[in-house]
Design a binder for this molecule. Structure first.
Ligand SMILES: Cc1cc2nc3c(=O)[nH]c(=O)nc-3n(C[C@H](O)[C@H](O)[C@H](O)COP(=O)(O)O)c2cc1C
Length: 186
């Protein structure tokens, strides 16, 4: 191939690959009406939610408990602490502040949380219960942050607790944006 043909071929290849990228981006933006709903106590899950929002272009909405968790509340060593009690009594649903989502305009909901006691915190169950009607038919992608616990444990508790919801396999974050894309678009 002479130099002219080589330059022409490279130009076409670059133009085609740019076109694909733009097309994929546009497709995601227009087809995926997404929102990232998350609960965080010490900030890690908010950073993870930002990662998901960057990849999807979704709006972030933080879940806030009506009664914030104090440091005593999250003392998992203490059997009487609020978090331990909410783990031991799985029917507890700490009240959360209302959130501003028009579910009619959303088809995909990312739900982020820190792992507490190897599972989703009770605040997440409050969200899923309070909005169960609106969430029906939506695709739900859970994600977590943790010291070491894998997402698979929360995947199992969510699946067991919410069989009527379309909950996809979750991911533990942080992760590279390529991994996040693979998780979502696989
Ligand atoms: C009450 C409580 C229970 C926790 N339980 C676990 C656990 O079972 N496994 C684990 O790996 N990390 C556990 N962690 C650590 C958190 O999942 C981790 O620090 C997380 O990234 C915190 O997220 P946040 O900063 O968004 O609140 C626990 C933390 C708290 C406060």
């Amino acid at each position: 191939m002479n130099i002219f043909k080589y330059v022409l071929a490279m130009t076409v290849a670059i133009a085609m690959s740019c076109g694909n990228t733009v097309q994929a981006q546009t497709k995601n933006d227009s087809n995926m009406k997404t929102v990232v709903v998350y609960f965080t106590h010490s900030g890690n899950t908010e950073l993870a939610a930002k990662q998901v929002a960057e990849v999807t272009g979704a709006r972030m909405i933080r879940l806030l408990p009506e009664q914030p968790y104090s440091s005593e509340d999250v003392d998992w060593v203490n059997e009487q602490s609020r978090c331990t009690q909410e783990h031991l009594n799985q029917s507890l649903r700490p009240a959360i502040k209302p959130i501003d989502i028009d579910f009619a305009k959303v088809d995909t909901v990312f739900v982020g949380f820190p792992i507490w006691w190897h599972e989703e915190p009770a605040v997440i169950r409050t969200f899923l219960d309070n909005y169960s009607e609106q969430l029906k038919g939506k695709v739900i992608f859970p994600f977590c942050t943790s010291y070491e616990s894998p997402m698979s444990e929360a995947d199992a508790t969510l699946k067991k607790g919410y069989p009527a919801l379309k909950i996809r396999k979750g991911i533990r974050l942080p992760a590279k944006s390529e991994e996040i894309k693979k998780w979502i678009f696989q």
